[in-house]
Write a protein that binds this ligand. Sequence first.
Ligand SMILES: CC(C)(COP(=O)(O)OP(=O)(O)OC[C@H]1O[C@@H](n2cnc3c(N)ncnc32)[C@H](O)[C@@H]1OP(=O)(O)O)[C@@H](O)C(=O)NCCC(=O)NCCS
Length: 243
Amino acid sequence: MATARYSDGMGPNSPLATVAMERFAVSAHNPEEIAIVDIAGGDMVRAVSHVHLEAFSGYLNARLGRGYASALIDWFVREKEKAIAIAAIDRNDRVIGYAMGAPVSLTRRLRQDMFWVTARSIILRPLVLFDRRLWKVGKRRISDFVAPRDVHPSSDLPEPTMSLFGIGVALSHRKIGVGRQLMQAFEDKARLLEMRSLLLWVHEDNIATRRFYEQCGWRPCPNAPGQLSRKYVRLIDRQDMRT
Ligand SMILES: CC(C)(COP(=O)(O)OP(=O)(O)OC[C@H]1O[C@@H](n2cnc3c(N)ncnc32)[C@H](O)[C@@H]1OP(=O)(O)O)[C@@H](O)C(=O)NCCC(=O)NCCS
């Protein structure tokens, strides 16, 4: 079994480097070997942004372009002491999937840090101004700025809470278990970071992805009428660490 390289200064002695660094068969039904590694900077961020743009094609954040996607992924990589930025790689070290997340308490900082990148991406792609979703998000952000709301929508969850910001698998490698392995590694990392719960939001009508989350053990929360996104949660079982 080949051992995947450690990324971005993460040596074998780092507590965060203990998560599934070796290649393993992706599932009991598929012998394809993958490894889950930390996303390093540079080329790897670009490779992950490629998968991200493919996985989220048509979504607003993908419409903001490659520069925005790379800056977003880079943010999670730079925050690696507190955040999670992992990739699945195949036997040729090609990125075939990724997952990234950060504690809910960092949400406001993420938005602030991404403000100018977002503005620049919009200026470079003015057509995005015709996307009604942009105005909806913008309105929410402005009202948050004028009258800050609690950015801890997880107050009903045991804290601290890790928010899963994005997970995606290349079209060429879907439905063979890569997403499930990424999710397992994400949870293991959140556990190492001493999180007690997980949270994510998914579009209400993204039925396939909702099914995926449910198969991975996440629980949907009741929605207010008209709400476009559904909140999913998962408690972290401290006994459940993969060895
Ligand atoms: C969601 C996604 C990450 C799943 O990755 P994947 O590698 O194909 O998923 P897996 O093969 O590991 O599947 C794990 C489980 O979820 C289920 N699942 C995965 N995709 C599914 C789909 N389209 N419809 C129904 N169930 C699905 C599988 O059946 C599997 O369950 P099983 O093991 O009991 O059979 C991938 O489809 C994707 O990148 N989607 C686009 C990006 C996206 O929507 N991200 C989330 C936005 S919030």
